[in-house]
Ligand binder design. Structure first.
Ligand SMILES: Nc1ncnc2c1ncn2[C@@H]1O[C@H](COP(=O)(O)OS(=O)(=O)O)[C@@H](OP(=O)(O)O)[C@H]1O
Length: 342
């Protein structure tokens, strides 16, 4: 006597195989979405297979199956906090805030508002702490943060790699002489008694032409930070060149839409940020935003961005340019980009 006269043995076999496969994917998914099991290794595996593991679950949900907890994280449009997919790692005073604020115009980018300083100051707090600092994102959105000091933190490349070797890195660079003046201007705004820039950037040993010392103090942090080749070498020891996008700080001011097109392409984003988002504010002397996520009226970055720089003696500027020239050349060679700094 036949128990299931309408179903052939072959169909039964297919049904059982499908059910078994479904069970297998469900078990895998349940295990992978347990956010409490957050370890470095776990995160690494999760990130690599997350693109594929949802396929059967999505397919099953289309057929009317529901997976409770699994759906909570992966299928329902509930945003969750994730570790960053991309980082703005530097360079201090090169336009990192402008880059982040411009990127925020993109609906597929969510970024931590303030600098998190995880890979330099708070690494001991662990990845769970770091993840909690991130804004919630939907699947497919990019989580970001910017902390310019990562660029020069020796342990940062190793630590970032441990979080995610596929992370995308962005660094804004700018003429190191202007960068040094910008750095000094920031310090002087907090300490009005600070000596003149020329007196700090140049060592008083040999007085050269025009009464200006001829030796640049390469140990003074505002000068030292402009030697971009050294940190770049450290980052490239861990990450392939294709994972690091170098952005010109000058072009970010002169043509923000063009530079943002490069950034969006690098991050695999649709080109949403265009000329339409910017206008040039001649009072400020910088590009500003017509509207943003938080404000619907035209606005510029805050008062601490785009400060007036003090007048610097032209001879001192010439000394600094001579000092940086070989380092810049080295940086152009290593990066494969000629930034054209004077
Ligand atoms: N759109 C726009 N508006 C204002 N400022 C702009 C912009 N684009 C680039 N910049 C330049 O960014 C410089 C500050 O760099 P950072 O944001 O990297 O500074 S920080 O390291 O986060 O303190 C800042 O330096 P200063 O001019 O010395 O203030 C600017 O030159």
């Amino acid at each position: 006597m036949k128990c299931f006269p309408a179903i052939s043995k072959r169909t039964m076999f297919i049904y059982f195989t499908l059910l078994f496969l479904l069970y297998l994917f469900y078990a895998l998914n349940t295990c992978l979405v347990d956010e409490k099991k957050l370890t470095q290794k776990y995160l690494f595996i999760k990130r690599h297979i997350s693109n594929y593991k949802n396929v059967p679950v999505r397919f099953a949900s289309l057929l009317g199956f529901h997976f409770g907890e699994v759906n909570k994280y992966r299928i329902s449009p509930v945003p969750i906090k994730r570790l960053p997919d991309a980082l703005i790692i530097g360079v201090k005073k090169c336009g990192t805030r402008a880059l982040l604020e411009f990127l925020r115009l993109h609906p597929d980018v969510r970024a931590a508002g303030s600098e998190v300083h995880f890979f330099d100051k708070y690494y001991h707090k662990g990845f769970e702490w770091y993840r909690n600092k991130m804004p919630p994102t939907l699947e497919g959105q990019i989580t970001m943060e910017k902390t310019p000091s990562y660029w020069v933190t020796r342990s940062a490349p190793r630590r970032v790699y441990a979080m995610n070797p596929s992370v995308k890195l962005l660094a804004v660079v700018r003429d190191p002489v202007t960068r040094a003046i910008s750095d000094y201007t920031q310090s002087a705004s907090k300490r009005p008694t600070l000596p003149r820039f020329e007196d700090l950037a140049l060592v008083n040993s040999t007085v050269g032409w025009g009464g200006i010392p001829s030796v640049v103090d390469a140990t003074w942090p505002p000068v030292r930070l402009g030697i971009y080749a050294r940190p770049l070498r450290r980052w490239l020891r861990r990450f392939p060149r294709t994972r690091l996008l170098l952005i010109s700080g000058e072009r970010l001011v002169a043509d923000p839409a063009a530079e943002m097109a490069r950034v969006q392409e690098f991050l695999g984003l649709k080109r949403v940020i265009t000329e339409k988002h910017f206008y040039f504010n001649s009072t400020k002397g910088f590009p500003c935003l017509l509207k943003s996520e938080s404000r619907s009226t035209p606005h510029c970055l805050g008062k601490t961005k785009g400060r007036n720089h003090p007048h610097i003696d032209p001879t001192a500027l010439e000394r600094l340019r001579d000092f940086y020239r070989p380092f810049n050349e080295r940086f152009y060679q290593m990066s494969g980009i000629n930034f054209g700094w004077p």
